[in-house]
Design a protein around this ligand. Structure first.
Ligand SMILES: Cc1ncc(COP(=O)(O)O)c(C=O)c1O
Length: 412
């Protein structure tokens, strides 16, 4: 059996959910790509905020309200610093889906016209497809796709060809594919996009939780991610944007907090980042996310990546032992994030997930909100095992054991 050489992190004890037993069995969680489990420090930060510091933000003069303000501001500063961004250009949203919609509405409605092209890729999550479909339909613009090759990767040459046409206004793409695991060459892509006079938006939902990300160095005009996949609570997402672009944009949602002043017929907008945070923001959730990124920084994102890359290499080796199993995406662990999608001859992916569950292993099956990509791959669905900081080689052994047992049940 192959051995994991460089597994570095031993943090399972930090995550109280792993103390639970399911019919006497421990939790083997290989679905962090859907949402991560939460360390005690995040749960404590949420509870402490609600127990001791809860008040609305940006409204009160009393001490408790100022504590809430400080906690929310501190969370923003911590989250921004975690990815090398400035707090003023870091906007809290509900999730990455809302962040992408914000750009499609506020930037897209003002900047994309009838002769323009929005370029995305065949590997996008629906969150990075549907907002552009709606925008293009409304504006009479064209939505075009960069192809995914047989390795599950994009071609920079194809990007160059598309950009040379001169009509691309925006290119939106995932940093890490949630199905293929592919890590896209973000800096190379954003450089080309900028040189062509277009704007870039990167969906970092699967990247920020598992590797060092520096949004400044990556050169993206907009970079969006979601808290719940990065050990934080649900209900909070993050959008980083280039200041000039954000300043020139109209608000997405309107109402309280995002105004400077309101008259009977008109209003003026608050400064960044508040212009894009209408209504009471996700205060406790942001505080929880602040604790999550502090925890991840304490582990060191280089260490998180090394741990998950080693486990991904081990996953690829072990899955190769299962007859009839086909992994989609790049074959090398260093070119992929910590998630592996696969099909198994003779067993539908939903049955694969069911069989894994019988072995006590949580994996996901379905189209993973990437139906166009499923069509490109020629499958209706895949099974997907995705890793977090708390996974061990034995979790992968349990998955492989369950798959082998499942093949026997199916008489394969
Ligand atoms: C690449 C990618 N983009 C977007 C999303 C949507 O995330 P959320 O539902 O938190 O907005 C996901 C979640 O599965 C994802 O993996």
């Amino acid at each position: 059996m192959p051995r994991v050489a460089e597994q570095t992190l031993e943090v399972r004890a930090d995550f109280p959910i792993f103390a639970r037993r399911f019919d006497g069995r421990e939790l083997i969680y290989l679905d962090s790509g859907a949402t991560s489990q939460k360390p005690q420090v995040v749960i404590d930060a949420l509870a402490d905020h609600l127990q001791n510091h809860n008040a609305n933000v940006h409204r009160g003069v009393y001490a408790l309200a100022q504590e809430a303000d400080a906690a929310y501001d501190e969370a923003r500063s911590g989250v921004a610093a975690f990815v090398g961004a400035s707090a003023q250009t870091t906007i809290f949203t509900k999730n990455v889906t809302e962040a992408i919609n914000l750009i499609a509405y506020s930037w897209g409605r003002a900047n994309v016209g009838a002769d323009d092209v929005v370029l995305i890729t065949q590997m996008e999550h629906h969150a990075n497809i549907v907002p552009w479909q709606v925008l293009c339909r409304e504006r009479g613009a064209t939505l075009r796709y960069l192809e995914v090759d047989e390795r599950g990767e994009l071609s920079l040459e194809e990007l160059d060809v598309e950009l040379e046409r001169g009509d691309v206004r925006l290119v939106a793409f995932a940093h890490v594919s949630n199905v293929l695991g592919t890590i896209n060459p973000v800096a190379e892509m954003t450089e080309r996009i900028r040189a062509a006079g277009a704007v870039s938006l990167v969906d970092g939902a699967q990247a920020v939780p598992q590797m060092p990300v520096d949004v400044e160095a990556l050169g993206a005009d907009f970079y969006a991610w979601t808290g719940h996949k990065a050990l934080g609570p649900t209900g909070v997402g993050v959008l980083h944007g280039r200041r000039e672009l954000l300043e020139a944009m109209e608000p997405f949602l309107t109402g309280g907090d995002m105004i400077s002043s309101v008259d009977f017929q008109s209003a003026t907008w608050n400064e960044l980042p508040y212009k894009f945070e209408a209504g009471t923001p996700p205060i406790a959730e942001a505080v929880g996310l602040g604790a999550a990124v502090t925890y991840l920084s304490g582990l060191g994102m280089e260490n998180v990546r090394a741990h998950e890359r080693a486990l991904t290499a081990y996953m690829l080796e072990r899955l190769a032992e299962v007859p009839g199993l086909r992994v989609v995406g790049p074959p090398e662990a260093e070119r992929r994030g910590a998630l592996t999608s696969f099909t198994l001859d003779g067993i539908h992916p939903h049955d694969v997930a069911e069989l894994a569950d019988r072995g006590g292993v949580c994996i996901r099956a379905g189209h993973h909100c990437a139906q166009p990509l499923m069509r490109c791959l020629g499958v209706g669905a895949t099974a997907r095992a995705s890793l977090g900081v708390y996974n061990r080689a034995s979790d992968i052994d349990a998955l492989v054991g369950a798959l082998m047992a499942g093949r026997e049940i199916f008489g394969l």
